[in-house]
Design a protein around this ligand. Structure first.
Ligand code: ZN
Length: 327
């Protein structure tokens, strides 16, 4: 009755999790830190990665558009997720691992909604899912090749390569450059430029609906008074806000001094889409006089360009706080 021997001999090809578990932990930890870590770190990491992807694409100018750089980084981030899921679930076929990858990216975005200063983004879900699907495809192809070769040896090698390669690319990308990359996708407005209140760019379209309508109504009314009312800054991504804050810390010498002018991504109402900066100067004055008709009020005494919805239309604006830090 060699039952023990029998059990062992019938399942010689079923192996333990091997490298899968530590590899999965590393990947999940990396993604957790990159997506949900402290915002200063996330902003730095994202800037480094996007700059790195740009540097990698430098030999082929035009191959990767500036606006696509973050998308590429988001794709790469989830390749290991798809690859690991496909390897762990290799008997179930490619659909379930792909669904898990998509689910993981949705979970990450949902988790970000719980964090202050983070903006969940359907584009992120799409790019992350693309990465997961790519990973599943890669792993499935490798498994098929391995099955063809009927060689057990390359398994660990293939697995390690699958996990290491995308991480290596992202890591190298992060190390190879530190310059910031801010695009219109971040709500960035070029120095000295101003936007129409009706522009079809994230700085305007990602504003709170009520605020955007109020600013557009005000812009129409100002135009009728002969005043061109523009938006010099509207919605900003957390990364963009962080870079503004970092620059202010450098300029004013300390985070405390910087906060009198620029708040961090957790606090700024630009990141939540609840604030606009108005220009030029005559538009600021016009809006100070007429903004309350649309519920728009100057909220900081030291920033005559910064307006938020603060009262019912036609109401009386409350006294402005001295500065953002005091507010
Ligand atoms: Zn502002």
């Amino acid at each position: 009755m060699p039952t023990t021997a029998h059990r062992v001999t019938t399942t010689p090809h079923v192996r333990g999790p091997g490298l899968l578990v530590p590899a999965a932990l590393v990947v999940l930890l990396a993604i957790g830190v990159v997506t949900l870590g402290p915002s200063w770190f996330v902003a730095d990491a994202r800037r480094a990665v996007t700059a790195g992807v740009q540097a990698l694409a430098a030999p082929w100018p035009g191959a990767v558009h500036r606006a696509q750089v973050e998308a590429v980084a988001n794709v790469l981030l989830f390749v290991p997720v798809g690859a690991l899921a496909a390897l762990a679930l290799r008997r179930s076929g490619p659909v379930l691992p792909m669904a898990l990858g998509a689910g993981a990216s949705v979970l990450v975005e949902l988790a970000q909604t719980a964090l202050p200063g983070r903006v969940p983004d359907l584009v992120d879900v799409a790019t992350n899912t693309t990465g997961a699907v790519l990973g599943v495809v890669l792993a499935t192809v490798c498994l098929a090749v391995r099955r063809r070769l009927r060689d057990r040896r390359p398994r660990r090698w293939v697995l390690s390569a699958l996990v290491a390669a995308p991480l290596l690319v992202v890591g190298l990308a992060g190390c190879s450059s530190g310059g910031g990359v801010l695009t219109a996708e971040h709500g960035h407005v070029e120095e000295g430029e101003e936007l129409s209140a009706f522009a079809d760019v994230p700085a305007i379209t990602r504003l709170d609906d009520a605020l955007r309508r109020a600013v557009q109504d005000a812009a129409r009314e100002a135009a009728a008074d002969g005043v061109e009312l523009h938006v010099s800054s509207g919605w900003r991504s957390a990364a963009y806000q962080q870079s503004l804050f970092d620059a202010a810390v450098e300029r004013y010498g300390s985070p405390e001094a910087a906060r009198e002018w620029v708040l961090g991504p957790e606090e700024s109402s630009h990141v939540t889409g609840d604030a606009v900066d108005i220009g030029p100067t005559d538009a600021m004055s016009w809006l100070t006089q007429h903004g309350s008709d649309h519920g728009l009020c100057q909220t900081y005494a030291n920033e005559m360009w910064h307006f938020e919805l603060a009262v019912e239309p036609g109401g009386q604006c409350p006294a402005a706080a001295t500065d953002p830090a005091a507010g």
